[in-house]
Design a protein around this ligand. Structure first.
Ligand code: ATP
Ligand code: MG
Length: 221
């Protein structure tokens, strides 16, 4: 199985404060992995490191073939094309329709053919089950539907891994379950690995998977 993430002996810092020490982590293709731990323990900081928002200065860190140590600012957009990133608060552009949100990302990541852009946007909307909302404005969608759009957006460039920071944090229990089902299905059926930070231990129990706990500046598998 292909390794998507491989960190070894990496310290994670916010400014000059060490948040996590000597992190070793490997995640493989199609693997679903939870990241749990109390608030302020460093879950988001770990994810930020993985998408190039925080720099690493020691150890070894590889994600989808990119070397996180010495990653140049101009390489970060290329790294992010290989990743799908999903947040608690969806972060959709509210001034345009669902499908225009997807067109925007495709154009920003180098797609130029209008027919191809439309086809790809529709195909990810179908994958997450909301193709009928393509021409709606985001604010007219429920939270769960907006999260599906944000997952669709994450899938546009066929990422090897989705990094999700509390994707169910703003959703009720039933909607959270639907989003979990979608993420689990993506890992099983599309071979997309998922690394998901969460507080929602109920979902961890309902959808059991490998779980990493962040505690005392360490990650326990
Ligand atoms: N931009 C920042 N600048 C300085 N320190 C930060 C910054 N962001 C986070 N921190 C600190 O880093 C530590 C870890 O924060 P982080 O957001 O990674 O935790 P978390 O596990 O994601 O918490 P939560 O469960 O509340 O989302 C905290 O002590 C926090 O205060
Ligand atoms: Mg966090």
């Amino acid at each position: 199985m292909e390794q998507i993430i491989n960190l070894s002996g990496v310290n994670i810092l916010q400014g000059d404060k060490t948040i996590l020490k000597q992190v070793n982590l490997s995640v493989h293709e199609a693997e679903f992995v939870y990241l749990i731990g109390k608030t302020g323990s460093g879950k988001s900081s770990l994810l930020k490191t993985l998408y190039g928002e925080l720099q690493i200065t020691n150890g070894e860190g590889i994600i989808t073939g990119y070397d996180l140590k010495g990653l140049k600012p101009k390489e970060i957009p290329f790294l992010r094309r290989k990743l799908g990133i999903v947040f608690q608060d969806f972060q959709l552009l509210m001034d345009r329709t669902v499908i225009q949100n997807l067109y925007f990302v495709l154009k920003a990541t180098g797609w130029t053919n209008k027919t191809e852009i439309h086809k790809r946007a529709m195909s990810v909307l179908q994958l997450v089950g909301i193709e009928q909302k393509a021409d709606k404005m985001p604010h007219t969608l429920s939270g769960g539907e907006q999260q599906r759009v944000s997952i669709a957006r994450a899938l546009l460039n066929d990422p090897k891994i989705i990094l999700a920071d509390e994707p169910t944090g703003n959703l009720d229990e039933e909607t959270s379950e639907e989003i979990m089902q979608l993420l689990v299905a993506l890992s099983k059926e599309e071979n997309t690995a998922v690394l998901m930070a969460t507080h929602d231990l109920q979902m961890v129990k309902k959808f059991p998977a490998r779980t990493l706990r962040v505690e005392n500046e360490e990650i326990l598998d």
